[in-house]
Design a protein around this ligand. Structure first.
Ligand code: AMP
Ligand code: ZN
Length: 116
């Protein structure tokens, strides 16, 4: 997608701080980290969100999850982490290219959500 921020990062047209890359996925540091470790993992192929995935996207989604621990440990979160995938309006997704946040660090990341 020509006008997609994260596609431009995949294409190298916008710089990023890459921490992992293979044929299918890219991981880079979030520009505004919310925790000491805050990595975004994206499919290189443009997928808008979890609300628009197709059955053939299952392998790349699995790969993103399967790589999460390795990336988290390498970035300084050896005792676990949290994965977040904000989706659509209700999920308050800001960038419309599917991305998985890995947040962590030396200390617990905090409560999951404020209870209603
Ligand atoms: P979300 O609200 O789930 O769509 O998250 C989008 C994330 O992308 C935010 O945490 C931003 O800080 C991050 N972000 C936006 N632009 C960039 C960029 N150029 N490089 C790295 N992270 C970015
Ligand atoms: Zn894109």
């Amino acid at each position: 997608m020509s006008d997609c921020l994260f596609c431009k990062i995949v294409e190298g047209k916008i710089p990023s701080s890459k921490v992992y890359e293979d044929d299918d996925i890219l991981a880079f540091k979030d520009i505004h980290p919310a925790r000491p470790v805050h990595i975004l993992v994206i499919p290189k192929k443009h997928i808008t969100s979890l609300a628009t995935v197709s059955p053939e996207d299952a392998p790349v989604l699995g790969k993103m999850l399967a790589k999460a621990n390795e990336i988290a440990v390498a970035q300084g979160s050896p005792d676990g982490f949290r994965v977040i995938i904000n989706t659509g309006r209700v999920g308050q997704q800001e960038v419309p290219h599917l991305h998985m946040h890995i947040v962590g660090g030396p200390d617990p990341v905090g409560p999951m959500l404020k209870r209603v």
